[in-house]
Design a protein around this ligand. Structure first.
Ligand SMILES: O=C(O)CCC(=O)C(=O)O
Ligand SMILES: [Fe+2]
Length: 135
């Protein structure tokens, strides 16, 4: 189970399926394979840039039977040196930025070093890196 550290991810899975996404309420939902259909995931960079309006959801792959599975994922990120800071128009008047602005490269480095050797990647998200200033 993890969140993508990208801005947006495009996933194409074959008919074996297995992709699941966790709802706000914590319920795992199957993303059933559908011919000629792609899945678009919001990643951590988009989550921070949108000030949490677009949620980088936890997802995982679970195989219900022993079968080979094929999927292709395209991770679209911002350039390394770009600073992620939710724009004023998104934050709104009287609103607050929930994450400290950060450089993409630094977040990717944080994720890569934290993920090494770990199966459960939750706990190493943009929240842990840039802090939830609301809480
Ligand atoms: O294989 C899949 O369907 C999803 C893969 C995925 O979530 C990832 O590579 O980040
Ligand atoms: Fe993913």
């Amino acid at each position: 189970m993890h969140t993508d550290m990208s801005c947006v991810t495009i996933v194409c899975q074959d008919e074996i399926g297995g992709l699941q996404v966790r709802s706000r309420e914590g319920k795992w939902m199957d993303i059933n394979p559908c011919a000629d259909t792609i899945v678009v995931n919001v990643g951590d960079l988009m989550h921070a840039w949108s000030n949490g309006r677009l949620r980088s959801s936890e997802h995982r792959v679970v195989l219900k039977r022993n079968a080979s599975r094929f999927s292709v994922a395209f991770f679209w990120c911002f350039e390394d040196e770009k600073v992620i800071s939710a724009p004023d128009e998104v934050v709104g008047e009287g609103g607050a930025r929930i994450y400290t602005p950060f450089v993409c490269r630094e977040y990717l480095k944080f994720r890569e070093s934290s993920e090494r050797g770990k199966f459960d990647k939750v706990g190493f998200t943009v929240k842990d890196f840039a802090g939830d200033l609301k809480q």
